[in-house]
Ligand binder design. Structure first.
Ligand SMILES: [Fe+2]
Length: 377
């Protein structure tokens, strides 16, 4: 027996106005530090309509540790919201999922969030995610990534009950997304679609989402990079990124994310960039276990990017949008990188991404992939 799980999705122009239809009384709006400098949190607050009380928690940092998240709980409990609204990228949305859980179940800890435990959430509140980036897919997933500060590792929490009730995909919210974040988050989304499609848990629903996601992202991302304020191009990539999120949420990610989370935990690089650094190498590595499916995906690439194999087509699009091709090119010092190699391999080997990758990997395989991704050979 299989399931396909999704939030109710509101998308397209002016979709933010949907908030006023929800009879919200007290909304906790959780957003990140960069977004707080823009008018977006205030636009969300206005979209709630007259008479709605709101509490803005606006100092979520990039991939915050648990201690930083829980520092907000006292204020939130006192405010007693009936809705949580995440506004931002993956960090803000994942933080909101975790705070929503802790608000609902103060008797539990984050380590109780597993797919095997019935949490009984939604006794006091519900959850909305409004992404301001086009890539993490977190608005459509039942997972949250938690950075473990002192251990330099990332912990992946998963429960169907932390899937948002609604995802609102308003293209107006991504029009000002800076270039570097635009290319990194799009790269992340391409990685989600490719990994979902290659996953051993792939299914017809996740396949359909992955294929359409790639069509929308590959067909529009270069146009977005050239014309950043174009709402039509942005809208296509924004929808594609959420479809890629639905694809991997319903089939799982793989080895690319195992390696990327490991690298991102030891070296401060944006998540999407780390995904792009491993994606072509892992597709090459997996190819003999996933040949037919990868060849099929390759045929979805627009002519201008498509070359012999999927891995090379991915390299072409990533180069076209200005991504670094190797970890060395991304600026990581060689000596420091190789002195961390053992830890990187160990961390990657512990990741849940290892479970559904189309090809099993030994520690030696992981080591080779880390070396190859650094040097590009
Ligand atoms: Fe990702």
């Amino acid at each position: 027996m299989w399931y396909f799980r999704s939030p109710e999705i509101v998308f397209g122009e002016d979709s933010l106005s949907f908030l006023s239809l929800l009879s919200i009384k007290r909304a906790t709006i959780i957003t990140d530090r960069n977004l707080l400098k823009t008018d977006i949190p205030e636009r969300v607050r206005r979209a709630l309509g007259e008479g709605v009380e709101s509490l803005i928690v606006g100092d979520v940092s990039e991939e915050p540790p648990l201690s930083e998240m829980t520092a907000h709980l006292g204020r939130i409990n006192e405010f007693s919201p009936d809705w949580f609204i995440a506004v931002g990228g993956g960090s803000a949305i994942d933080t909101t999922k975790i705070l929503f859980f802790l608000y609902e179940r103060p008797d539990l800890t984050v380590y109780d969030v597993t797919p095997l435990v019935q949490l009984g959430l939604r006794k006091k509140s519900r959850l909305i995610a409004i992404p301001s980036t086009s890539g993490t897919g977190s608005e459509c997933t039942w997972a949250a990534v938690l950075s473990e500060e002192n251990e330099k590792r990332k912990h992946e929490l998963a429960s169907r009950e932390i899937l948002p009730d609604y995802a609102i995909l308003d293209p107006a919210l991504v029009l000002s997304l800076p270039l570097e974040q635009t290319r990194n988050t799009a790269t992340d989304a391409i990685g989600h679609a490719v990994e979902a499609y290659g996953s051993t848990w792939h299914n017809p629903f996740s396949d359909a989402m992955a294929e359409k996601a790639l069509e929308l992202i590959l067909g529009n991302i270069e146009s977005v990079i050239k014309d950043m304020k174009n709402p039509a191009f942005r809208n296509q990539v924004h929808i594609g990124a959420s479809m890629a999120g639905l694809a991997f949420s319903n089939s799982q990610i793989g080895l690319v994310h195992a390696l990327a989370h490991s690298l991102g935990a030891r070296f401060k690089l944006p998540h999407g960039k780390t995904v792009g650094l491993f994606l072509p190498c892992v597709v090459d590595y997996n190819y003999d276990s996933c040949t037919e499916r990868y060849d099929k995906l390759n045929r979805l690439f627009p002519d201008k990017y498509r070359v012999g194999r999927l891995s090379d087509s991915i390299r072409t699009i990533l180069k076209a949008i200005g991504q670094a091709q190797t970890i060395k090119e991304a600026g990581i010092d060689e000596k420091e990188y190789f002195s961390n190699l053992d830890a990187l391999v160990t961390l990657a080997g512990e990741s849940t991404g290892m479970v559904t990758n189309p090809k099993d990997s030994s520690s030696a395989d992981l080591r080779n992939l880390f070396i190859k991704a650094y040097r590009g050979t």
